[in-house]
Design a protein around this ligand. Structure first.
Ligand code: D5M
Ligand code: FE
Ligand code: ZN
Length: 472
């Protein structure tokens, strides 16, 4: 994904200006050759490169939306992620996260660099109110019940106190480590503490409106099939397969945990009906081969799949794709796809485990609330060093740059739908009944649901295949 400056520079080199719509389009596309193709086909009299110069794309847009093929993988296509990372990579990873999230906050709040705040004596002597934008490196509750955060920007660090008597406290209880926030407040007279009054998050703009397809189209959202587990709901899946064969559906999206995997948790082998990983994928391939071949099936991995658990997770390697029909499209976790112009961000949702532990009142029974928290923070998995292993790539691909129309998650095995500032959040649950582990943890799954989305209206319909077909 080229950065804006790089794109502008490429066109400047050939003495052309570039329209902002084209820049937006190019930053959202991973194809490294597309700029070369535009340049190769550019008419000699074109001074400004506009959207009509993008080869193969008929313009169909609201503001910045283009429509090419009905289904496009915008980011997170197979092969997007690299393998290993070093300590230096972690520095650039967190710097990139900070820069991009801080920029979103800066569009709404002007801020003072921490170093300038500490060096300029008038901030402490006059208790001048100001804002900082910084990453939370640590957050804890003090013995007096206040919240105390260690925060840093690219210039320095400071301790920030969220007083439990102040309105800001409720927001401060929801701060998670490694998130980037704006804090308005003032410096203590000794310059050691910043007293917080309010918090600003990157968030989705209040006036954000989702895109709707101009053509009819139906997408079905599911996740967590867990083929190979003795709790895989085969009968319910067969009812779903019958339904999808009898109805007009163009797209099926599966947000990870395609199979149950091997050695994912202690004594898992006792709960497997298929104990060979290749056989598990082959069995899923057979199930998907029974679905109508015109349906485009998007498959991204989850923590039970064969790929590394580190996020972004790579697409399922080719050697496990034997027996799958050719209408399957293999993508990474996370990834962004366009369905007739409607942008869907797919993410398995392992960070929901971390957020449930960190955010008060969060519950496994309401995944929709956690999707809202991701959107407010414009990030899919903020906290480093807990349940979600993160890959240090130069660019933090878990930042939600381009606002999706739909955020599709899974993992928690409970279904939930939300609409947050025009973004539709969908978690469809699972195709696995309660496991012995979930029983111990008192997690009550709501399996065998599929969420149907009309791409023209963005209306959803939740189908329940745990019931008899007539009532589903
Ligand atoms: O996750 C299915 C559900 O089980 C999800 O709600 C998280 C929960 N789960 C899974 N493993 C753990 C551990 N180790 N601790 C707590 N909760 C967990 P799945 O990814 O399908 O196993
Ligand atoms: Fe799962
Ligand atoms: Zn999972």
């Amino acid at each position: 994904m080229p950065a804006e400056q790089e794109i502008i520079q490429r066109f400047l080199e050939i003495k052309r200006q570039v329209h902002p719509d084209v820049v937006e389009y190019l930053t959202a596309h991973e194809d490294p050759m597309i700029i070369d193709r535009i340049i190769a086909q550019l008419p000699s009299d074109a001074i400004v490169v506009s959207s009509r110069h993008i080869p193969g794309y008929a313009q169909e847009r609201d503001g910045v939306r283009f429509q090419g093929a009905p289904l496009e993988v915008l980011s997170g296509g197979a092969g997007a992620s690299k393998g290993k990372s070093s300590f230096e990579d972690f520095l650039s990873y967190f710097r990139d996260r900070y820069t991009r999230l801080a920029e979103m906050i800066r569009s709404r709040t002007s801020a003072v660099p921490i170093q300038a705040l500490l060096r300029n004596p008038s901030y402490r002597s006059q208790k001048l109110e100001c804002s900082i934008i910084a990453m939370v490196s640590e957050i804890r509750t003090t013995t007096n019940g206040h919240r105390l955060a260690e925060m840093e920007d690219s210039t320095g660090q400071i301790s920030v106190l969220f007083n439990r008597e102040r309105p800001v406290f409720a927001d401060a209880e929801r701060i998670v480590p490694d998130e980037v926030i704006g804090v308005k407040g003032s410096l203590s007279s000794d310059g050691k503490l910043f007293f917080a009054e309010s918090i600003v998050r990157p968030d989705i703009p209040v006036n954000h409106a989702p895109y709707r397809s101009s053509e009819p189209g139906i997408a079905v959202f599911i996740s967590d099939i867990h083929v190979g587990s003795d709790t895989f709901l085969e009968g319910e899946w067969m009812r779903f397969a019958d339904w999808i064969s009898d109805n007009e559906v163009q797209y099926l999206l599966v947000a990870g945990d395609l199979v149950d995997g091997i050695g994912i948790y202690p004594n898992q082998q006792e709960e497997l009906t298929i104990t060979d990983i290749y056989e598990q994928y082959r069995a899923l391939g057979a199930l998907l081969s029974d679905l109508p071949s015109h349906i485009q099936i998007l498959l991204s991995p989850g923590n039970h799949d064969i790929v590394r658990g580190v996020e972004p997770q790579q697409a399922i390697p080719e050697r496990f794709r034997e027996g799958f029909p050719s209408n399957c499209i293999w993508v990474e976790n996370p990834c962004m796809v366009s369905l007739q112009g409607v942008r869907v961000l797919m993410y398995h949702g392992r960070s929901i485990d971390d957020m449930i532990g960190l955010i008060p009142e969060a519950s496994y029974s309401r995944p929709q609330q956690m999707m809202e928290e991701m959107l407010k923070r414009r990030h899919l998995a903020l906290t480093y060093g807990k349940r979600v292993p993160l890959a240090a790539e130069k660019r933090d691909r878990l930042v939600i740059d381009h606002i999706p129309d739909v955020l599709h998650t899974g993992h928690v095995h409970t279904w939930g739908i939300t609409r947050y500032r025009g973004v539709l959040g969908i978690n469809a649950g699972a195709w696995q009944s309660q496991t012995s582990f979930q029983k111990q943890m008192n997690i009550q799954p709501t399996p065998a649901r599929a969420v149907v989305l009309d791409l023209q209206t963005l209306e959803t319909n939740v189908l329940d295949f745990s019931k008899h077909p007539e009532t589903a």
